[in-house]
Write a protein that binds this ligand. Structure first.
Ligand SMILES: [Zn+2]
Length: 70
């Protein structure tokens, strides 16, 4: 178990939270994209590997709402 210690900045989303998060649409795995410094409105996005749904992350909090509620 090699642990990487290449941390240039704080993680956008708590790794423990990432482990339990999944797509509310299809329960698929999510891919984190860090957009800090690139986008002023959001910190990043979570994209579902299965259905390609994209969820925004605001202030470090993933907004995991299904399409119908946004
Ligand atoms: Zn999905």
């Amino acid at each position: 178990m090699a642990k990487k210690t290449t941390r240039k900045k704080e993680p956008l989303v708590d790794p423990r939270l990432m482990e339990i998060l999944c797509c509310p649409e299809c329960k698929g795995d999510l891919v984190l994209k860090d957009l800090r410094g690139k986008d002023k409105k959001i910190d990043g996005t979570l994209t579902c590997k299965k259905c390609k749904e994209v969820y925004p992350i605001e202030d470090g909090i993933p907004i995991m709402l299904p399409k119908e509620l946004r």
